[in-house]
Design a protein around this ligand. Structure first.
Ligand code: ACM
Length: 530
């Protein structure tokens, strides 16, 4: 049976103690005072924290003599304003250990920290050091993007990644579910999306990206799978935001339903892509396409309760629209000057479909092409000038720049095995740690538009879960601290020993992280089909 990470940390590794990661706002130690043994402690909780209390009870067991209280904060605690997701842990000699929070999310993060802060004594007890921990996040959006389009990881791995996200107080899974190389979600009204669109004839060969391997590749998530993932994530206070790519990165959907593409161009022959890169096939700007997208939203919006919905919008070549007589007709009829304005028209049509369902559109920074909608949230991945443009327009922003957050980039030395190939570049843990998500020229008001930041696990070279973990960790540990902890509190020199201690927790969970010498912590079997 797979044990959830937070439970298995206690059971398998007991409490390792050591630093809390990401770094809390403040830790005050009381000197020369005894630690409190909470093993088997009675858990008393405000009814608002029932779920977290249950989780804590399962972790602590029974038969102890002390009490842990989960207390609802109605104002500042010891002068500290906990906010929406913050908490205060008080461990004072002779008193119950108290976790104060305003929300269940705050209480949950309190117990995640408690677990890291507590250590196992020689007598097997679980000891909380005397003092207070005061903590809250810097950003509300602390994300990880998983691309299942190129290689599908499967439900078990997604659940494991959610556990690992929760351990790092990451709260947003951006789930990239459709690509040129595969459509990975069941849509009941359009069965060919999975019958045709989830399958490709070949993939680039590992270690020789220009040579097809000739092996069929397939896979998708059922709507039941999606619901299970969302339910699991919700318990961990993680929002799941789906991404359905349009108008580009849509070759798999167009291969399944060719009438959705630009059928009036010469040589029209859409196929699920078998190589990586930016592809030629894009949705046509026709009413059938918008009706199709609306139908997809109709099935997916109720499954994903978070307000945000990601529509991609990146890397959509304009070649087909410039060739298509129909697309040109739309440009003329809508008085659009060029295909970039047609992209803006397309995105604004889609935004209305989402808004009608109570959702907010998020898209990659190309959504500004031809004019940015006032209400869209921009995910900045290329030049930071797009962040400035969005801020000048008053739009919300999520920072996801290639420079610091593309975890498909190399990270230094790795084993010779071709399955360790990556897309290129060099993004070290240290560089990730040095990321400052707020662009330097932002005014005080513009800083508030930055919802947060996230790491991207693009999947071209992520063949299986072991490779995913190798690419994600420990860079995600650094990103988590960037997203959670105040910039002024961060120092690479101080982070390194804390990370080293934290890696022991990942060892206990058998996470296949990259060791400083480039070797994987658990296995070298990181290839497709392994
Ligand atoms: C992207 O990397 N195409 C968002």
């Amino acid at each position: 049976m797979r044990l959830p990470v937070l439970a298995s940390l206690l059971l398998a590794a007991a409490c390792l103690g050591g630093p809390i990661l990401p770094k809390p706002v403040q830790v005050n130690q009381i000197m020369d005072a005894p630690a409190t043994n909470i093993r088997g402690a009675k858990v008393e909780a405000d009814p608002a924290f029932a779920a977290t209390a249950e989780r804590l009870r399962a972790q602590l067991g029974t038969g102890g003599t002390t009490t842990v209280q989960l207390v609802k904060a109605t104002g500042p605690v010891r002068g500290f304003e906990v906010g929406e997701e913050g908490y205060v842990i008080e461990a004072h000699p002779g008193q119950p250990v108290r976790i104060h929070a305003r929300t269940d999310a705050g209480a949950f993060y309190g117990i995640v920290s408690l677990q890291q802060h507590a250590y196992t004594g020689n007598d097997g007890g679980t000891y909380v050091p005397p003092g207070d921990v005061m903590d809250k996040p810097r950003f509300a959006w602390r994300g990880l993007m998983i691309d299942d389009g190129r290689h599908i990881m499967g439900k078990a791995q997604i659940l494991r990644m959610l556990d690992l996200m929760a351990l790092h107080k990451l709260n947003t899974l951006h789930w990239h579910l459709t690509e040129d190389q595969g459509w990975r979600v069941e849509i009941k009204k359009y069965p060919k999306l999975t019958e045709v669109g989830s399958k490709r004839d070949a993939s680039p060969t590992m270690g020789n990206r220009n040579k097809p391997d000739g092996k069929p590749y397939a896979g998708f998530y059922t709507q039941e799978d999606l619901k299970e993932v969302v339910a699991y994530a919700t318990k961990l206070h993680i929002n799941v935001i789906p991404e359905i790519e349009m108008p580009g990165h849509a070759a798999a959907a167009i291969a399944a339903y060719p009438h959705l593409g630009n059928t009036d161009i010469p040589g029209y022959s859409p196929k699920v892509a078998t190589s990586w890169g930016v592809k030629y096939y894009t949705f046509a700007p026709k009413e059938e396409t918008f009706a199709f997208i609306d139908d997809v939203f109709a099935e997916l919006c109720p499954i994903f309760p978070n307000a945000f919905f990601h529509i991609g919008g990146d890397e959509s070549p304009k070649d087909q629209w410039n060739k298509s007589p129909f697309a040109k007709e739309v440009m003329a009829k809508e008085k659009l000057k060029n295909a970039h304005e047609l992209q803006s028209y397309f995105i604004s049509r889609v935004e209305k479909l989402l808004n009608k369902r109570g959702k907010r559109l998020v898209g990659w920074d190309e959504i500004q092409e031809g004019g940015l909608s006032k209400t869209a949230t921009m995910m900045v991945w290329r030049d930071w000038k797009w962040a400035q443009l969005a801020a000048d327009h008053g739009n919300n922003i999520v920072m996801a720049p290639t420079s610091h957050t593309y975890f498909d980039y190399g990270q230094g030395k790795h084993p010779e095995n071709p399955a360790f190939d990556n897309i290129g570049g060099n993004l070290t843990v240290e560089k990730v740690y040095g990321f400052e998500p707020i662009p330097p020229k932002f005014t005080e008001a513009q800083r508030k538009l930055v919802l947060g930041c996230q790491a991207q696990l693009w999947g071209e070279y992520i063949y299986n879960p072991a490779k995913q973990e190798y690419m994600a960790f420990p860079r995600a540990c650094a990103l988590a601290e960037v997203a959670w902890s105040e910039n002024k509190d961060r120092s690479w020199a101080e982070f390194q020993p804390r990370l080293e201690a934290h890696l022991k927790r990942l060892d206990a969970l058998k996470v296949n992280y990259r060791r400083p010498d480039g070797t994987p912590a658990v296995t070298e079997k990181v290839g497709r089909g392994e």
